[in-house]
Design a protein around this ligand. Sequence first.
Ligand SMILES: [Zn+2]
Length: 216
Amino acid sequence: MGDGTEFDDALLGLRGFRVLAVTEDGDELLVGIETIRRAAGCPSCGVIARTKDRLRVIVRDPPAFNHRVRLVWSKRRFSCPDSDCPQQTWTERSEELPDRRVLSARAGRECTRAVGQEARSVASLARWLGVSWATVMAAVRDYGIPLVEDPGRVEEVTSLGIDETAFLRANDEHPTMYVTGLVDLERRMLRARGAPRRPRNDRVSRAAGDRERCDG
Ligand SMILES: [Zn+2]
């Protein structure tokens, strides 16, 4: 569809990266990207590194222009020109495209926000991105747990609700599983969530979804 331009880079919105090419693959967009940085120092001795070769790393990003998006990162592998240096080779890294993750950091953060603030289901977000349920759940854990464990997060809560909802549909292995969440009623945000569990008894099953409010 096009070669990289400054306009493409602005649309990409990924600081430190530029667009190499955008192509259509079925109903998805493949966006080829690379880092803008050209010179890198050896992390051990500081000598300017050589680009040894490139790796092709594919990462899922949030949909754009009504298409699912895969970023194809042409990732540089560097070598140190000093043969005595203990650091022979290394690859560049980005916090926005973390190593060994299916999702970009912004896709993971958006899933976490949508689950916590909008009570979107993990399954619907998996469909939105075109990835597995387990991939989205792992991202929600990775990005959500530090938020839940932040001691400052409950300081300003003035109205806390307890919300019990069905979490996993019943199957041959287990009955419908439930989770209990603590909800900031004013901001409509999930503040904490318990582990999935079986219904305690039938009364709990019937009461699922009911909300009890404790203003304070
Ligand atoms: Zn070196």
